[in-house]
Design a protein around this ligand. Structure first.
Ligand code: HEM
Ligand code: HEM
Ligand code: FE2
Length: 448
């Protein structure tokens, strides 16, 4: 790393860490409410907590992606960021919109559309903000003398993510149509264009951390992009089974979404393969842990656990139960949370000049958060399968069943505590690194 403006990424990363802490706090509010400890109910009812939890998740991940882009694009382009001050303005305004949205949820200013609760007027501010972001990144690439596949895939992923936000802003009176286009955002993000962001950031990290030739690493990136499009676009059909769309979606959605794990498998095999061929012993072992961990855990959470309920024959029973929440947690964690944590782990020593790379707290952060999240997923899986059996097979009343499965949330909360210990250690290290320094950045060797 050698471009001073890369330091802007740090502030995005710091903001992402803050938002993650808030997200976890709302997770606990819901976890406790689930076991009957709902003292905050009058101020933060379950549905508010749920919308806040999931929206904060999306916002901190996007903040992390933006930071990653501000870090990676100068390195790949071989030049400073275009209009770096605009990037700072973009961060501040992004956070202001985020805070207004979250505050709005608490006073009933929201739309009851899962994951897209942000009210339409704020959506327009989000669009302006993201256009500003794309402008800075896009102009940096445009003015660059060097272009790489990694950089182009990253830009294309970010650009398409912005484009796909728009269908979610169209107003429909019809529930089926509203749901239909809501999935263009939610599904085509996480099982489409976000995978391009993931693939390109993994490519960047693998090139730096393993020393394998760029050509070899980027060849795999094409395969991942190909598999993503092949399966993910028509795979959207797995959300069209029961919303009032034509019957052919049962077949189309079933077949294509069943192929989706291939893209995640591809990423896992790619990362492990590059690691085994490594020609370099990079000192930043913990960044390698998060990179390989991301590739592997995304296959488990998104690929394997997604596949588990994607056939219509299974989904007709599991749809909208805690089985979905089980998959949602490990998929988001493995694919996108671990990805952002991997980029941060790689970037911090480069930006601050401090070496806290392979401390025991760093490894503990990795293991506690991962074991905690797997434990939480397990508890949600048991609760989900029990819910499906009692409520949908035996026909018991919804609320009676919710009471029956309460005990599993005690387990989930214990695992969540272990997870939180891990995240706290990660953030402890983040703080210990201190602020970035332009002198350090400038003194880094090119391409390091
Ligand atoms: C990193 C990638 C992924 C993430 C972050 C993710 C996350 C999620 C989330 C949060 C939901 C709930 C959405 C909602 O109800 O609004 C969901 C639903 C679903 N996901 Fe994924 N997912 C990913 C990949 C996959 C893959 C690869 C498959 C299939 C192989 C899959 C299959 C499903 C299915 C079938 C549902 C609908 C569940 C239901 O009917 O309630 N997912 N996913
Ligand atoms: C460690 C503390 C956490 C706790 C206690 C927690 C708990 C919960 C609970 C209780 C729900 C609602 C489930 C329901 O409908 O009953 C939920 C939803 C959700 N959480 Fe968490 N969570 C935590 C952390 C996380 C993290 C770190 C992520 C992502 C990486 C995450 C992603 C999600 C998603 C995607 C949903 C929506 C699932 C769906 O669409 O059904 N959570 N969480
Ligand atoms: Fe999907």
């Amino acid at each position: 790393m050698q471009y001073k403006t890369q330091k802007i990424a740090y502030y995005f990363f710091a903001a992402a860490m803050g938002l993650l802490v808030l997200q976890i706090t709302y997770g606990f509010i819901m976890g406790f409410a689930r076991i009957g400890m709902d003292g905050l109910h009058d101020w933060i009812p379950f549905n508010t907590a749920r919308a806040t939890h999931t929206n904060l998740l999306v916002v901190w991940l996007l903040t992390g992606f933006m930071g990653s882009a501000y870090y990676v694009i100068p390195a790949e382009s071989g030049r400073e960021l275009y209009m770096p001050k605009l990037a700072i303005v973009q961060l501040i305004s992004w956070l202001i919109v985020g805070v207004i949205a979250i505050a709005g949820f608490h006073v009933g200013w929201w739309e009851g559309r899962k994951f897209l609760e942000i009210p339409r007027p704020l959506d327009f501010l989000v669009v302006v903000n993201v256009l500003t972001f794309l402008f800075v990144i896009g102009m940096t690439i445009w003015k660059a003398e060097r272009h790489s596949t990694t950089q182009m895939v990253l830009f294309f992923g970010l650009f398409s993510a912005a484009l796909l936000y728009l269908p979610g802003m169209i107003w429909f009176d019809n529930q089926t149509l509203d749901s239909y286009y809501r999935w263009w955002v939610v599904h085509l993000w996480v099982e489409g264009v976000w995978e391009l962001i993931m693939g390109s950031l993994l490519a960047f990290l693998l090139i730096k951390l393993t020393g394998v030739d760029r050509e070899v690493v980027e060849k795999w990136l094409y395969v991942v992009v190909g598999l993503t499009f092949l399966s993910g676009i028509l795979g959207t059909g797995h959300h069209y089974y029961w919303i009032g769309t034509p019957k052919y979606w049962l077949m189309v959605g079933g077949i294509f979404s069943a192929l989706e794990p291939l893209a995640f498998l591809g990423m896992a095999v790619w990362a492990i393969n590059m690691y085994r061929r490594k020609g370099l012993d990079h000192p930043n072992k913990i960044a390698l842990y998060w990179t390989l961990g991301c590739a592997i855990m995304s296959f488990v959470g998104a690929g394997f656990l997604g596949f588990a309920h994607t056939w219509p024959q299974v989904n007709q029973w599991t749809h909208g139960t805690l089985v979905t929440a089980m998959h949602g947690h490990l998929a988001f964690w493995g694919a996108y949370a671990m990805l952002v944590l991997a980029v941060i782990s790689f970037a911090l020593p480069q930006m601050t000049g401090r070496n806290l790379m392979n401390t025991s707290s760093g490894y503990l952060a990795f293991w506690c958060s991962n074991i905690g999240m797997v434990g939480m997923t397990g508890a949600l899986a048991v609760a989900g399968v029990t819910q499906v059996y009692l409520e949908r097979k035996l026909g018991m009343d919804f609320l009676v069943v919710q009471k029956e499965i309460e005990v599993h949330f005690v387990g989930a909360l214990l695992a969540a505590t272990l997870f939180t210990v891990g995240i706290s250690l990660y953030i402890y290290n983040f703080i210990r690194y201190g602020l970035p320094s332009e002198e350090v950045i400038a003194s880094n060797k090119a391409g390091a």
